[in-house]
Design a binder for this molecule. Structure first.
Ligand SMILES: Nc1ncnc2c1ncn2[C@@H]1O[C@H](COP(=O)(O)OP(=O)(O)OP(=O)(O)O)[C@@H](O)[C@H]1O
Ligand SMILES: [Mg+2]
Length: 250
């Protein structure tokens, strides 16, 4: 199959791993996402940025099965995701790192990581996967016996990412990993997210922190009031005068 026929197909081929097309989403009567189309190719790190309430988390919730779209399609490889329950989507290979990290504060780092290893298909490889997380985040190995609540915000974010890695995902959906972190820690977390590609991961990164996202991602989409207003290579968006004025305060 050539690259061209793949692109022409409505069902994603090898290159395109995750996509939404003409997505409409509403909470009750109130529509908050309007005809959004985006895709993420294998191995890409793609940003979805926009201000408060622009619909970023809503789109991620559709992709992770927590919310049903009103119209349009959400797809992972050959699977239509709309209406598929969250556990099944995780099982397919799409893991969600939720906003606010949602760790169990009184449980240890290791116990939190093991919470991500519940899938039957990964259970056997739990020790190897745990080792892989510790290799990737040596600091978590040092703190494996500490309660998660005792970790710094940045370390807690690493635990949340590590927990998602325990399900051996192909795709990571990340919602505001920089939320509530000091600027230096944000940089560190973004560096880590950039290096997730070394593990062969494909990442859709949702963030309000436009500057940091554009620095670390390959491409990005800009959402305003539920509609896409820009998309392109992140380096181009970083140089774009309108983006600079609206989002970077330049
Ligand atoms: N559970 C809900 N019920 C009703 N409306 C909601 C719900 N969750 C979000 N909304 C509304 O949907 C719109 C989009 O919200 P969403 O959380 O997707 O935005 P966001 O881009 O993630 O914003 P933020 O950067 O603040 O996290 C907002 O107007 C919000 O008020
Ligand atoms: Mg959000």
């Amino acid at each position: 199959m050539t690259e061209r026929t793949k692109v022409a197909q409505p069902v994603s081929g090898d290159a395109e791993v995750l996509s939404v097309r003409d997505l409409d989403v509403a909470y009750g009567e109130v529509q908050v996402v309007f005809g959004v189309s985006l895709h993420v190719a294998k191995g890409e790190l793609v940003g979805l940025v926009g201000g408060n309430g622009s619909g970023k988390s809503t789109i991620l919730r559709v992709l992770s099965g927590m919310l049903r779209a009103r119209g349009g399609a959400a797809q992972y490889r050959d699977h239509n995701l709309n209406g598929v329950p969250p556990y099944r989507i995780t099982e397919l290979g799409v893991a969600h790192v939720p906003m606010g990290r949602q760790l169990f504060g009184q449980m240890t780092v290791e116990e939190n990581l093991l919470m991500g290893a519940y899938l039957p298909r990964t259970r056997e490889r739990r020790p190897q996967n745990l080792q892989r997380v510790y290799d990737f985040f040596p600091r978590l190995k040092e703190k494996r016996a500490s309660p998660a609540a005792a970790l710094s915000g940045g370390e807690q974010q690493m635990v949340a990412i590590g927990r998602a890695l325990m399900s051996e995902p192909e795709v990571l959906l990340m919602d505001e990993p920089s939320l509530g972190l000091a600027p230096l820690v944000v940089k560190e977390v973004m560096r880590v997210i950039g290096s997730l590609r070394q593990l062969g991961l494909t990442v859709l990164l949702v963030e309000q922190n436009v500057r940091q996202v554009l620095k670390v991602t390959d491409r990005a989409y800009v959402l305003e009031l539920g509609s896409l207003v820009r998309e392109g290579p992140s380096a181009d968006l970083l140089d774009d005068p309108e983006i600079r004025r609206a989002y970077l305060g330049v």
